[in-house]
Design a binder for this molecule. Structure first.
Ligand SMILES: [Zn+2]
Length: 86
């Protein structure tokens, strides 16, 4: 555990397994099973050493796009203009 107290609000930070969403233009990749400290008050996340580097590395691979084909597709993304009739 990196911190036990949130540096933003002073709340308690608990270790959780979370999902991180990486967006590259219109594509989203959800990275599951990321270990992080999460503030129970404000939701701020704190990552153990190496996790941020690993996420950046994944992001670089997404940007290079060739590896996207290897991923499982779990849903679709739609867009709707806020002022559209819907
Ligand atoms: Zn907090």
């Amino acid at each position: 555990m990196i911190v036990s107290k949130c540096t933003i609000c002073g709340g308690k930070v608990e270790e959780r397994v979370v999902s991180e969403e990486i967006r590259v233009e219109n594509d989203f990749v959800v990275i599951e099973n990321v270990r992080a400290g999460v503030c129970v008050e404000c939701g701020e996340r704190y990552y153990p050493p190496g996790v941020v580097d690993r996420l950046r590395n994944i992001e670089r691979n997404i940007m290079n796009r060739k590896k996207l084909k290897k991923l499982d597709v779990i849903g679709s993304t739609y867009k709707l203009r806020y002022d559209a009739t819907f």
